[in-house]
Design a protein around this ligand. Sequence first.
Ligand code: ADP
Ligand code: ASP
Ligand code: MG
Length: 410
Amino acid sequence: MPLLVQKYGGTSVGTVERIEAVADKVIGYKELGNDMVVVVSAMSGETNRLVSLAQEIDPQAKGRELDVLLTTGEQVTIALLAMAFEKRGYPARSYTGGQVGIITDSAHNKARIKSINDENIRRDLEAGRIVVVAGFQGIDEYNNITTLGRGGSDTTGVALAAALKADECQIFTDVDGVYTTDPRVEPEARRLNTITFEEMLEMASLGSKVLQIRAVEFAQKYQVPLRVLSSFETGEGTLITTEYEAEDIMEQALISGIAFNRDEAQLTINGVADTPGVAYQILGPISDANIEVDMILQNIGADGTTDFTFTVHRNDFDTALASLQKTAENLKAREVSGNNKIVKISIVGVGMRSHAGIASRMFEVLAKEGINILMISTSEIKISVVVDEKYLELGVRALHEGFGLNKDPE
Ligand code: ADP
Ligand code: ASP
Ligand code: MG
């Protein structure tokens, strides 16, 4: 019997009525002859509500107890959904991550799945039950509850699909597929029938939160057929596929999508000596504080000193700035400055590999709109720029049009 793993996100289970609608939808697939494993998120807004509660007690709340708290959101939806199946006469069982044997490492708040014990699930499927699993959570080897990072239910879905060798992992959400850019920012965005794993990975890591990056990594590694679909409409959605399969559409498109990230902040230290080890002296303390650095830029000034600019997550801005100020004193730097009102916009596409001039076209489009570029970074299949946050929407839309991604006029 074919096996489907379906994951329903927060909006899709946002009310009791929606949970009942998910039950009907899943039963429709079961009636077609599929075994069904369903992963659900917490009701929309619930995880944020729980985070705020924790922050009322401790603004820096993190670690083990935060995970104990946050996983309750998903425990509510698995029970409600299983009840909805039972009410309809379909036997079902709900499981928390720990109960189903999703074993993770002990990195609270961002744990990685190490193994899955699929025994319970297989037994239930054989008994004809629908299996409902809480997304976003697992337990470590000492039975501590862990979470997989925000958006982590996608990863639960893909990991279960890999462990069970499901025929497809279907991510149901509030949009009907992966678009050329976030349709909430650009109404002219188009749904893609297929996108390559490579591109989806770039899009996810550059800020497109439609799929959690680890879910895409997992699906690529274990070759899980992965599809993004709407919970509310029917349609084929978007299939994430290998480059070979996606070749036909990629041939025409130089770039397949535009991603952006609002969570950026930039720091600069000016006038440090241009000597070996200076990058290490500047970035060492940042990494010791567990802060991830994204883009880095170093410029040699006319006087032989060097300027150093880098970006971090906006949440880490204050800590990074304090650290850099200390470093500046030690290095006798001229000055330190920071800007936490910046964003990153990226164009992504495997078509870039075989075409020159894409970067200059990107810069031309932004220049025409009077958008100043603060930093640039490139890889084989993406170009990212950092700009003032007030230009986010304008920049995304101008690039979307400039690279011919807008919908065809009807
Ligand atoms: P869920 O709660 O179902 O996991 P998410 O909010 O995590 O849903 O992801 C879906 C959202 O991702 C959409 O509502 C959309 O605003 C956003 N999004 C960002 N980039 C894209 C994109 N390129 N294509 C589709 N959706 C995108
Ligand atoms: N409920 C969790 C979150 O909001 C996990 C998820 O929805 O994927 O991040
Ligand atoms: Mg999500």
